[in-house]
Write a protein that binds this ligand. Structure first.
Ligand SMILES: *Cc1c(COP(=O)(O)O)cnc(C)c1O
Length: 405
C-alpha cells in the first residue's frame, strides 16, 4: 500500500541557514574544523607553544605594538576587564553615545563605582568631537580618567571617528585615557590602535574575528599600563598584568585555557592575515556599498530607510534599517521561516510597537559577494511576499557595486 503524496507546500527554508545578524557572525568551516578535536594537553605541547604567535597576530589585527590580555568571556567581560584595570571607584569617565552599546559600557562603569558623564548624540548621528573637547576642557581638575568611545555602535550602525577624539583630547591637553570598543568593527572597519592614539581597545571573538562567542581581548599601551600601576587595587581575575606577560601558561587565562577557541582563533587569524588587513577592510567596504546601493533603491518607494543617512558615518559591518511598524518584525519572521535567512532585531531603537519597525543586517567577517547577493535577494523576496512597498532594481544596483562599479 503506498502512502498518499505529501501535498504540503515545499519548505524553501530547507538547506543551510544563513545567520546575517551582527554577531555572532558566520563561522568559516576551517575554524570549526580546527576546533573539532580531542582536548589537548594544557601543560605542555602545541597549545602552549602557539601562544606567542597567537598574541602577536592578534596585535597585528589591532594594529598595535603593545600588549593584549585574553579573557574567557564575551564583550561585556572585556568592558569590565578594561575598566577594572584603570578606573577606581569614584573616578569619572566620559562616555559619548551614539547608540545602545555606549549605554552598556557606561552602565558597566557605574557598576564598578565610577561617576559617568554621558554625552548623548542620539541614535542617528556620530559623536560631535567639539562637544567632547568642551567637556574635557571644562574638566580643569582632570577628574575624568577615561573617554569610553564605541567605534561602531552595533545598534545604530554608526561609525565614530576615533582618531578625531584623540586629536580633540590632545588639543585641550587632557590626560585621560582613550578607550575604544571595537567589538563590532575589528577585522571589518579600518582601525589603527597605535596610529590613532588609542590607549585601550576591547574586542571579542564572535564578530569580525569569526570564532564562536567565548573569548574577548583587551589591548593596552604603556600609558594604560601606567594607569594600571597607579590603581589602589585590581581584582586578581581581571588583572591584565599576568595575562599579558605570564610566567606560566595558566596565567594567560587565570586558569584553564579556552582550548578549542585558541585553535579556532589560530585559523581565523591565519585567514585574516593571508587575505591582508587592507584587503579585509576593502572587501567589507565593497560589500557594504552594495548593500547601501540596494537599500537606496528600495527606499525610493515606500517606508524602508537606512538609519544612518551619511555613508561617511556608516559601519561597513552592520546596517540598521527601519520599515513602518510592524513590517520590520514581519520581514524578519518571513525570511527566517521561508528562506532560512535570519536578520538582526532592532536593538534599543524603539519601544513597544516601534520596536517592530527596526531590523539589521550583519555583514561582518566571513562574508562574500554571493552571500551578500543572497541576503539582498532574500530581503527582496520577503518585501514582495509581504506586499511591502519598495523601489525596484535593488539587486541590479548591488550587483554593479560588487562587480566593481
Ligand atoms: C556585541 C557588542 C558588544 C557586546 O558584546 P557581547 O559579546 O554580547 O558581550 C559590545 N559592544 C559592541 C559595539 C558590540 O557590537
Amino acid at each position: 500500500m503506498s502512502l498518499p503524496p505529501n501535498t504540503a507546500p515545499p519548505n524553501t527554508a530547507h538547506g543551510r541557514g544563513y545567520l546575517a545578524i551582527p554577531g555572532p557572525s558566520v563561522m568559516p568551516d576551517a575554524v570549526l574544523q580546527a576546533m573539532h578535536r580531542a582536548s589537548p594537553n594544557i601543560y605542555a605541547g602545541a597549545l602552549i607553544d602557539m601562544m606567542p604567535d597567537l598574541t602577536r597576530d592578534l596585535c597585528r589585527v589591532a594594529r598595535t605594538q603593545h600588549d593584549v590580555a585574553i579573557y574567557i568571556g564575551n564583550g561585556h567581560a572585556a568592558w569590565e576587564a578594561a575598566l577594572s584595570n584603570t578606573i577606581a571607584p569614584g573616578d569619572r569617565v566620559l562616555v559619548p553615545s551614539s547608540g545602545h552599546f555606549a549605554h552598556g559600557w557606561a552602565d558597566m562603569a557605574e557598576g564598578l563605582g565610577a561617576q559617568v558623564d554621558l554625552l548623548e548624540f542620539g541614535k542617528q548621528s556620530p559623536f560631535d568631537v567639539n562637544r567632547i573637547a568642551d567637556a574635557l576642557q571644562a574638566d580643569t581638575a582632570h577628574e575624568i580618567k577615561a573617554v569610553l568611545a564605541v567605534h561602531v555602535d552595533t545598534s545604530s550602525s554608526i561609525r565614530n571617528d576615533i582618531a578625531a577624539i584623540r586629536k580633540a583630547m590632545d588639543d585641550v591637553n587632557h590626560p585621560a585615557l582613550l578607550m575604544a570598543d571595537c567589538i563590532a568593527s575589528l577585522g571589518c572597519d579600518t582601525f589603527e590602535m597605535d596610529a590613532w592614539g588609542v590607549d585601550v581597545m576591547v574586542t571579542a571573538c564572535q564578530k569580525g574575528l569569526m570564532v564562536p562567542a567565548g573569548t574577548s581581548f583587551v589591548f593596552f599601551n604603556d600609558r594604560a599600563g601606567a594607569a594600571r600601576a597607579k590603581m589602589p587595587r585590581v581584582s586578581r581575575y581581571w588583572d591584565w598584568v599576568p595575562r599579558a606577560n605570564p610566567d606560566g601558561f595558566w596565567q594567560y587565562f587565570n586558569g584553564t585555557a579556552p582550548t578549542h577557541h585558541l585553535y579556532g582563533l589560530r585559523v581565523a587569524l591565519d585567514m585574516i592575515h593571508a587575505e591582508g588587513m587592507d584587503q579585509v577592510w576593502a572587501r567589507h567596504r565593497r560589500l557594504a556599498r552594495a548593500i547601501w546601493a540596494a537599500c537606496d533603491v528600495w527606499a525610493s518607494k515606500g517606508g524602508l530607510r537606512m538609519n544612518v543617512a551619511d555613508p561617511a558615518h556608516r559601519s561597513t559591518a552592520v546596517t540598521s534599517l527601519r520599515l513602518d511598524a510592524p513590517d520590520g518584525t514581519r520581514l524578519r519572521d518571513w525570511v527566517e521561516d521561508n528562506l532560512g535567512l535570519t536578520l538582526g532585531i532592532g536593538l534599543g531603537m524603539g519601544e513597544g510597537r516601534e520596536s517592530d519597525a527596526f531590523f539589521r543586517f550583519g555583514h561582518m567577517g566571513h562574508v562574500n559577494g554571493q552571500m551578500i547577493m543572497g541576503l539582498l535577494g532574500g530581503v527582496e523576496t520577503g518585501l514582495c511576499a509581504l506586499d511591502i512597498e519598495h523601489g525596484t532594481g535593488a539587486l541590479d544596483a548591488a550587483a554593479k557595486v560588487i562587480a566593481g562599479g
